[in-house]
Ligand binder design. Structure first.
Ligand code: ATP
Ligand code: MG
Length: 355
């Protein structure tokens, strides 16, 4: 027998968007927000049958693990840089466009920020221009290309073709012809924004890495699209920097065209920093579904939560997921100091908190 929580789960269960393919990207862009999940108090919880309770707890776990994205000041700043660079994307196709190098430490919310921005752009362009181009091709305003370890030149072209669902993605063609096909896809689908995520997988000191990096520059010249390159420590890895081995002039040129953008961690060094942290915790707190959830449940522990996570948003969301799980599993039904003490944080957060 299904109950209403099982029904909620079947409509709102964990989604597995495969953003690296146009179908998955499209599903992500068009996904409706989850239906709100009712908060039951302790009396209502006690009235559930065992099965209803099991399904309700599962529904709460899904809900609490997918709290709405918080528009943090860091994210708003990054959006502003993206919008400024995209302003040049209105240039006619024969003129050079800019690019963004979105460079920030692990788990700062790079992918979250850039995919939300790209999703909004996709929706805006669709609304205005419709799903089909004048030549009858599917319109794909955004291409999202996440890289993986050991990326080669050919692998990069194949990834791009895979996004577009081009049959040549799996065929053994030459690198040059794959590159030309990738350019065709971008032109025919009128893609305006190309996001290359996890660029740190490329080792720019290695021959393959330099090849890939040069190819990215070639693509940026050939494709009338704005690029956002996303990765960790790209500055240290000297991605797109002047003076890297080889063609210095090419690097200098690219550096002029690229705009750097970062995402900082939260900090408590000033009143303003503290306020931003508390506001972010409050936004998460408001969304959490537990029987005894209450205002202050997270914000009262703002300093302790900061110590445990060092103001890193990935560590914070991990901590919240786990604290919610423990609150349900132990019957505490709220997040308190004991629950926080019992949460195991991620490796980096644990090591840093112990220092
Ligand atoms: N503004 C936000 N609001 C809510 N949750 C967020 C926000 N930004 C990031 N997160 C959460 O933090 C976690 C890490 O975010 P994300 O994967 O975007 O970071 P990243 O910088 O791309 O990480 P990596 O370096 O591992 O690629 C995710 O679970 C994400 O849901
Ligand atoms: Mg990421």
């Amino acid at each position: 027998m299904t109950n209403r929580w099982a029904a909620w789960l079947s409509r709102n269960g964990t989604e597995s968007f495969h953003l690296a393919r146009k179908e998955g990207w499209d599903a992500f862009v068009n996904a409706a927000a989850r239906d709100p999940l009712e908060r039951l108090d302790r009396r209502q919880l006690a009235a559930l049958t065992a099965e209803e309770r099991e399904d309700y707890d599962e529904a709460r776990m899904v809900w609490n693990a997918n709290l709405p994205t918080v528009r943090t000041p860091q994210m708003i700043d990054a959006y502003s840089v993206f919008e400024q660079v995209m302003a040049s994307s209105r240039r006619d196709g024969d003129r050079q466009r800019g690019s963004v190098v979105f460079d920030a430490e692990a788990g700062r919310g790079k992918t979250t920020t850039v995919t939300r921005f790209a999703r909004d752009l996709h929706r805006r362009i669709y609304r205005r221009e419709g799903p089909v181009t004048a030549e009858g091709h599917q319109r794909l305003p955004v291409a999202f290309i996440p890289l993986s370890a050991g990326m080669t030149l050919k692998g990069l072209n194949q990834k791009i073709l895979e996004f577009y669902g081009h049959p040549a993605a799996t065929r053994s063609s030459t690198t040059t012809s794959l590159g030309a096909l990738a350019v065709d896809c971008v032109l025919s689908c009128q893609t305006r924004l190309i996001v290359i995520d996890d660029l740190h997988f490329i080792d720019f000191r290695h021959r393959h890495g330099i090849e890939v990096s040069n190819h990215l520059k070639w693509l940026a010249n050939e494709m009338p699209a704005t690029f956002i390159y996303v990765g960790i420590q790209l500055a240290e890895k000297r991605f797109f920097d002047d003076g890297l081995a080889g063609e210095q002039a090419v690097y200098a040129q690219t550096s002029r065209r690229a705009t750097r953008c970062s995402l900082s961690a939260f900090h408590l060094n000033s009143d303003a920093g503290y306020q931003v942290w508390v506001k972010t915790l409050r936004a998460f707190e408001d969304g959490i579904v537990l029987a005894d959830a209450h205002p202050g449940m997270l914000t009262d522990h703002a300093r302790e939560i900061f110590r445990r996570t060092q103001g890193n948003i990935a560590s914070l969301t991990n901590l919240i997921d786990r604290a919610c799980y423990l609150a349900i599993a132990t019957g505490t039904e709220a997040i308190d100091a004991d629950i926080l003490a019992a949460v195991t944080t991620d490796n980096a957060a644990t090591i840093s908190a112990a220092r």
